[in-house]
Design a protein around this ligand. Sequence first.
Ligand code: ATP
Length: 122
Amino acid sequence: MFRWFASVLRSFGPAVAGLVWALRTQRNLQVHAIATVTAGCLGLWLQLAGWEWCVVMLAVGMVWAAELLNTAIEVLADRVSKEREEPIRRVKDAAAAAVLVAAAAALGVGVVVFLPKLWQLL
Ligand SMILES: Nc1ncnc2c1ncn2[C@@H]1O[C@H](COP(=O)(O)OP(=O)(O)OP(=O)(O)O)[C@@H](O)[C@H]1O
């Protein structure tokens, strides 16, 4: 049982390494990190309800996942070709669009969850 648990934990190693590398090298992910900490602090200050935390965490997770996949696709695309090519442009643009969509949805969640509470404080 212990060995099984240890091997499960070990399998997280590459994922954590990928996250650390991406955080160190990708400016957009650093922006997401700052936004995540800001949303967390705001949520604590405004005492969000349980369901509100769930929605905010889903939105934040979606943006992080999209950005990490976008980074992975960029790395792979650059490995496939260093030349300016139409298919590479399409692939990179579509991956970037995924981040944009996730970020827009997260912004919408932020407006719906945080804005009325901030408004009440004014
Ligand atoms: N090899 C290529 N061929 C054609 N277009 C490309 C190529 N590489 C990049 N582009 C174009 O430039 C845009 C930016 O690509 P790039 O790899 O520089 O991403 P980035 O600016 O580093 O993105 P991010 O800020 O998300 O890291 C792409 O969305 C695409 O439109």
